[in-house]
Structures are given as structure tokens and as C-alpha cells.
Design a protein around this ligand. Structure first.
Ligand code: SF4
Length: 363
């Protein structure tokens, strides 16, 4: 997709990260560590940063967690978002602790005076608010009006909440309207995209365990991002959040919206393959997981599509009988034995990454 055809939105700033208004689509995740355990939370935030995460969200279940955010914000290399449900006092306390954004669910924060105070506190600190509605927590009125959880109901819920904030003089808003069904969330975000110019935070909520969750998120987020919709994303997985970040970047890489780390091109193998390609491709992917420089690496089975893909990639190998031909930037470098393929390919990629420098994100 042409990156210039992205939906035009307002822009908000979360710490040093911009969302919307033409900024790169950012990748977020959420800590699974207990926010009250500052050491554990900071350790996880550092792991997420290492994986490329750009914004991190933490749950604020009680006053102690809101208080702990003070130390977490001081030590965090990433902008911190406080996830607030039910109690506006936790929002205000988190804002005072120095968070860079808060997320509220308008359907469970019904104290209007409390909301007004929260907005005042956010405005004083110049921090944005994500209004995040979920299919699982729609109001009874909307469920009745639309006869259940529909894209229209979710859209109306998000827009109503945003206009309530606007009516109280607050417009630094990001919207999300997540559902566990990719189809429903796609329809909802398409409606939202047509109805407002708020930056949109995309997510398939409760997407499932790693394998299923990545597929559902790739379908939901991918369909929208390919249409230019979406300004920041979170892949929700019942797994280590580092996996969420990796999956998020893979989705953006696949659409050429961001480039970070290795994009591996490997063939599925077939009756022509005469090398242990699956094993080699898997080992190469694992060995290169820490590289941040955006590079395309091809691991191909035979002469049918191998040389073409290997030539197109930054570095690639094309298999023959128990050996590969190694290509670098379109040129043949040498022949390598399949037993040394992983080692030599990884060394070549590391050398090229070093030459090019880290330069993450070639958007
Ligand atoms: S590149 Fe060769 S080995 Fe790989 S799937 Fe195609 S024909 Fe089969």
C-alpha cells in the first residue's frame, strides 16, 4: 500500500511518541507483570523495549498500583499508559504519577464529575486519553438499540464517549473499539474511520493463544492497515507480551508500513528440495531474531524460484544438491555446504547489518 494513502487523522503525543497525523504506525504492548511490583514491571518493560515496543500499558487495579507508576515512569525507557477501569480516582492518581497517557473504558466509568476531574488533570499534564470500548462491555441501551453487539453499536459507543469528552473541552483523544471477532472489529473500525478523524488504536481483543491469536490479529489488523486505517496497534496474545511486539512488527513489515529486523523469505519446500531447508530456515530465523536493521533474507530450496528470490533479497541462499549458492545484494558470493549454511548465512547477515548500522525502521 502506498504509505501516503493512509487515513488522515489528528495527532496526539504520548511521551516522545506521536500517534496519528502521518506518524509511523506504532507498536504497543501491555505488561503482564503486577504493576505494584516495580522491579518486575520495569524488567518486563525493558524486555519489551528490546523487542521494539514503542508504548507500554500497565493495569492499574488499585491505589497502590497507581502509586507504583511514579517509580515505573521514572525508570521506564518507554512512554507509559495507565489502563483504568471503574474508578476515576485511579486515573487522577496515575496522571499525578507521571504517566504519558491513560486509557479509560467509558462504559464502566460512569461518575461524570470524576470524569471531568480526570480530564482536567490530563489537560494540565498535556497527556492524551484513549477511549477504549470493548464488545464485552457495551451499555445495555446500545445492546437493546442494535439488538446485540454490532459494529454500529460499538461505533456509537466510542463516538458518544469521545463527544462527551469534547463537550467537557477535551480533544486529545485516541479511539479504540475492540472485539474478539476480527470480522466485527474490521467492520467497526471501518465505520469509525468514516465517522471521525481521531487516531485509531487497533486491536483484536482476547485474540487467543500465540498461534491462533497471531492469525486473528493479522487478519483484523492487516485488513484495516492495508486500507490505510490504524495509527497504533496492539496484538493481544495469551502469551509473553514480547511475542505481541514481534507479531505487531511482522504485520507492519508484511504491509511495508514499517521495517524492523529480518524479513525472512523461505519457500515451503517440495519434492524438488535436496537440502534440509525447514531446519535451516528455522535456525536462521532464530539466530537472527535480535537483529534490528531492516533486512530481507531469503532461504530457498532449489533453482526454480531460489536464485530469483535470493537475488532480490539483501542476502539469500538458493539450494542445490546438499549445498547452496549464497547471494549478497543480487550478486553470487560463493557456494556453501548445507552443513555450514546456517553459520555462514548468519555471519553474512550480521556483517551486513553491522555495515548498515541499526537504523531501525525504514518507513
Ligand atoms: S523454490 Fe524449489 S524447492 Fe522451494 S518450493 Fe519452489 S520449487 Fe520447491
Amino acid at each position: 500500500m502506498d504509505k501516503n494513502s493512509r487515513r488522515k487523522t489528528r495527532q496526539v503525543q504520548v511521551g516522545n511518541v506521536l500517534i496519528g497525523g502521518g506518524a509511523p504506525v506504532t507498536v504497543q504492548s501491555m505488561c503482564t507483570a503486577d504493576t505494584r511490583d516495580v522491579k518486575a514491571a520495569l524488567q518486563q518493560i525493558r524486555q519489551l523495549e528490546e523487542a521494539g515496543c514503542e508504548i507500554v500499558r500497565l493495569a492499574v487495579p488499585d491505589a497502590q498500583a497507581a502509586q507504583a507508576l511514579k517509580e515505573i515512569c521514572l525508570g521506564s525507557p518507554l512512554p507509559v499508559v495507565a489502563d483504568i477501569h471503574f474508578d476515576y480516582r485511579l486515573a487522577i492518581s496515575s496522571i499525578r504519577s507521571g504517566v504519558h497517557k491513560i486509557r479509560i473504558n467509558p462504559n464502566n466509568m460512569t461518575d461524570k464529575e470524576g470524569l471531568r476531574e480526570t480530564l482536567l488533570a490530563a489537560r494540565q499534564r498535556c497527556i492524551p486519553i484513549r477511549v477504549g470500548v470493548n464488545a464485552g462491555s457495551l451499555s445495555r441501551e446500545l445492546l437493546q438499540k442494535y439488538g446485540g453487539v454490532t459494529a454500529e453499536a460499538l461505533t456509537e459507543s466510542a463516538l458518544m464517549a469521545a463527544s462527551e469528552l469534547e463537550s467537557m473541552g477535551f480533544s486529545d483523544i485516541v479511539l479504540s473499539a475492540k472485539a474478539s471477532s476480527p470480522r466485527l472489529m474490521i467492520d467497526t473500525y471501518r465505520l469509525l474511520a468514516l465517522s471521525c478523524d481521531y487516531p485509531l488504536h487497533l486491536g483484536v481483543t482476547e485474540a487467543g493463544t500465540r498461534e491462533e491469536g497471531v492469525i486473528r490479529s493479522a487478519v483484523g489488523l492487516g485488513a484495516l492497515l492495508a486500507d490505510g486505517i490504524g495509527d497504533t496497534i496492539r496484538v493481544s496474545l495469551t502469551a509473553d507480551p514480547v511475542e505481541e511486539v514481534r507479531a505487531g512488527f511482522s504485520i507492519l513489515n508484511a504491509l511495508s508500513l514499517r521495517q524492523r529486523g529480518i524479513t525472512l523469505i523461505s519457500c515451503p519446500t517440495c519434492g524438488r528440495t535436496q537440502v534440509r531447508l525447514m531446519e535451516i530456515a528455522e535456525a536462521v530465523e532464530k539466530e537472527l531474531a535480535d537483529i534490528r536493521t531492516p533486512l530481507h533474507v531469503a532461504v530457498m530450496g532449489c533453482a526454480v524460484n531460489g536464485p530469483g528470490e535470493a537475488r532480490e533479497a539483501d542476502i539469500g541462499i538458493a539450494g542445490g544438491l546438499g549445498s547452496f549458492v549464497l547471494f549478497r545484494k543480487g550478486e553470487v558470493v560463493r557456494k556453501i555446504d548445507e552443513d555450514r549454511a546456517v553459520e555462514e548465512l548468519v555471519a553474512e547477515v550480521r556483517a551486513l547489518a553491522e555495515e548498515l548500522g541499526e537504523g531501525q525502521d525504514a518507513r
